[in-house]
Ligand binder design. Structure first.
Ligand code: C2E
Ligand code: CA
Ligand code: CA
Ligand code: CA
Length: 277
């Protein structure tokens, strides 16, 4: 659970930094971990601010290791990228997300799924093929899927990213630029990218209510997005004052602990029932 995360992680992080041999053994365990169900998706809602509706949910991966306990994605995703295991992780995550989408549809909820992909996935020619397979296997409307890709992933190789994003866009997938504001893209580069939404990084949002500097930053990022005709999501919304500010500046969606932490599917179902009640 979210609460238990700091204790096992503190011990774990220490050893992870010291012994690269442990990183390697961890990576050798990843494929087995997938097969054994040690990886899970947690779900965090994106609130459409003016409609006060949950239209999309972000899928966030968790690894509950039998010995090390909770290993945060910021620890193992970069390792999986280095070893190439990321493709299996991403494909697994997409499949689980599609399955969950269908379950929510059956319960009468129409909620789009947002899945994070890494820089490596973005230029992986197998990704569009795999997504197309899932779409026909699960028989879903293509618009149910959003892919979140970080600004730095896009800007590290803008030419390849542009090609990949165009392919995904043509499939009807919604594209979201994650961690926006941290990756140094120019307006000119951004204008070329076929994306739908900018996701303002939580670094600018966490202290928004108290920080005049962050307010200026968020206003600037908002007007950039609006000039480009893009929707905006603010992540890291932890209080009502921040939500109110975001509403005033015309932000499309909000995500953060103020609405809900990322939750396992059953807990998210309960949360959704409460939200809609
Ligand atoms: P991200 O995509 O930028 O996700 C946002 C992170 O902020 C998540 O951390 C989320 O739990 C956390 N967060 C959400 N609301 C709040 C809030 O109000 N306050 C604070 N302090 N934090 C909040 P998480 O789940 O640990 O994920 C970290 C990163 O790991 C993600 O950053 C993403 O880059 C990566 N990640 C997670 N799942 C996947 C995945 O399936 N595939 C890939 N490639 N990357 C993933
Ligand atoms: Ca994300
Ligand atoms: Ca972020
Ligand atoms: Ca991030």
């Amino acid at each position: 659970s979210c609460k238990g995360k700091h204790f096992p992680y503190a011990i774990y992080q220490d050893s992870l930094n010291k012994y690269s041999v442990q990183r390697l053994s961890l990576m050798s365990e990843l494929r087995g971990a997938l097969a054994e169900g040690q990886l899970q998706l947690f779900y965090q809602p994106k609130l459409a601010i003016s409609e006060r509706k949950i239209t999309t949910v972000e899928c966030l991966i968790r690894w509950i290791h039998p010995v090390h306990g909770f290993i945060p994605p910021d620890e193992f995703i970069p390792l999986a990228e280095q070893t190439g295991a990321i493709r299996d992780v991403t494909h697994w995550g997409l499949r689980v997300a599609f399955k969950q989408y269908k379950q929510w549809q059956e319960l009468g909820y129409d909620i789009g799924m947002a899945v994070n992909i890494s820089a490596i996935d973005l230029v992986d020619m197998q990704l569009p093929t795999y997504v197309a397979e899932l779409m026909s296997e699960f028989d879903v409307d293509n618009t149910m899927l959003t892919l979140e890709v970080t600004e730095s992933a896009v800007m590290s190789d803008p030419e390849s990213a542009l090609k990949a994003l165009n392919t995904l866009r043509r499939m009807g997938i919604t594209l979201s630029i994650d961690d926006f504001g941290t990756g140094y893209s120019s307006m000119a580069q951004l204008k070329k990218m076929p994306v739908d939404e900018l996701k303002i990084d939580k670094a600018f949002v966490l202290d928004l209510a108290k920080s005049e500097d962050d307010k200026i930053m968020v206003r600037t990022l908002m007007s950039l997005a609006q000039n480009l005709g893009l929707k905006t999501v603010a992540e890291g919304v932890e209080d009502g004052e921040t939500l109110k500010f975001l509403q005033e500046v015309g932000c499309t969606k909000a995500q953060g602990f103020y609405m809900s932490r990322p939750l396992p599917a059953d807990k998210f179902n309960d949360w959704l029932k409460d939200f809609n009640a």
